[in-house]
Design a protein around this ligand. Structure first.
Ligand code: NAD
Length: 298
């Protein structure tokens, strides 16, 4: 039985972080300041605390300034919006990221809409989505941008390939489909109401699974030789005697790896790309905010 190439997102992300770090140093030498990322966390959600901590460490390691704002869970919407506006106006801040989810008294859409689109390094603002849709310079959400980087690294040219994206969220599925179209793939977006999903997926040269259902995509859904990008992060129930369950993707890895040409593992595939691309977006924002051309090939 042949075995698919394991796409090493962890190694790719490490190389990207290093390159971004070198460019950040050059930026600081040119402008007298480091690229700056402001991350706002409201409340004490444990997963969010881990993400925010990782983003802080990654910024420092990439020669960037990290501005962390940790606010209590009962912060009012008005206070959060005021902080975002303050960060929008701060010339030391190139990127503004508000960690989601937010507590129920705060309207997430209002907060995202308040971020200056030129500092929207998460790419969640409607203006960022619009810019991506019409092909203008802007910011693309980090996870799908990371996925397209892995695919281009693997294939070079994606022209004419049949791609199926499973999931239509604003954060992953929709921007992913747009990026694949921009790369000249023929794209199908599948979702919870898609009929005969297995058959649809079986036509694909490229499968991107972004659903949030553990091991939903089976090996016999995969066209032999296809490239499989698994965005899902799902925790299985713990095995007896264990405290935590295993992390798995939306794809049944072992089955799919026996059929696919290449596949991302979970963990170690798409996950590490997200923070690396966030740093990349912050570096690009810093260049644009300083009226400099962003480094090429990033
Ligand atoms: P979401 O819940 O917003 O969207 C899920 C999508 O899956 C929906 O569009 C829905 O139509 C589709 N769907 C649901 N059930 C389906 C079914 N039975 N068949 C086909 N489609 C179905 O989720 P999201 O934010 O897009 O995230 C998806 C997954 O990716 C989650 O597991 C999330 O944890 C993970 N994720 C990972 C990263 C990363 O850094 N690796 C980043 C973002 C999200």
């Amino acid at each position: 039985m042949t075995q698919a190439t394991r796409i090493d997102g962890k190694a790719f992300a490490a190389r990207l972080r290093e390159t971004v770090g070198e460019h950040a140093l050059a930026f600081a030498q040119k402008t007298g300041r480091k690229p700056g990322l402001a991350v706002v966390l409201v409340g004490e959600d444990p997963a969010s605390q881990v993400y925010v901590g990782s983003k802080h460490k990654a910024c420092i390691a990439a020669n960037m300034e990290s501005f962390e704002h940790r606010l209590p869970a009962d912060t009012s919407e008005a206070d959060l919006l005021a902080l975002v506006e303050q960060l929008n106006a701060d010339p030391a801040v190139d990127g503004v990221l508000v960690q989601l989810p937010l507590p129920p008294q705060i309207d997430e859409q209002k907060v995202i809409a308040t971020i200056d689109p030129d500092k929207d390094v998460d790419g969640f603002h409607v203006i960022s989505a619009g810019r991506l849709s019409v092909g203008q310079e802007g910011f693309v959400p980090c996870t799908p941008l990371g996925c397209i980087m892995l695919l281009k690294d693997l294939h070079g040219d994606l022209s004419g390939m049949d791609a199926v994206v499973i999931g239509r969220s604003n954060i992953v599925g929709k921007p992913m489909a747009q990026l694949l179209v921009d790369a000249n793939a023929t794209v199908t977006i599948a979702h919870s109401r898609t009929k005969n999903l297995a058959e649809v997926v079986r036509r694909a040269d490229i499968v991107v699974a972004a659903v949030g259902r553990a091991e939903m995509v089976r090996g016999d859904w995969i066209k032999p030789g296809a490239s499989v990008i698994d965005v899902g992060i799902n925790r299985l129930p713990p095995e007896p005697g264990k405290e935590k369950g295993r992390l798995v993707g939306d794809v049944a890895y072992d089955e799919a790896a026996a059929v696919a040409g290449a596949i991302t593992p979970v963990p170690g595939g798409v996950g590490p790309m997200t923070i690396a691309v966030l740093l990349r977006n912050t570096l690009v924002a810093a260049h644009r905010n300083a009226s400099l051309d962003p480094p090429e090939g990033l």
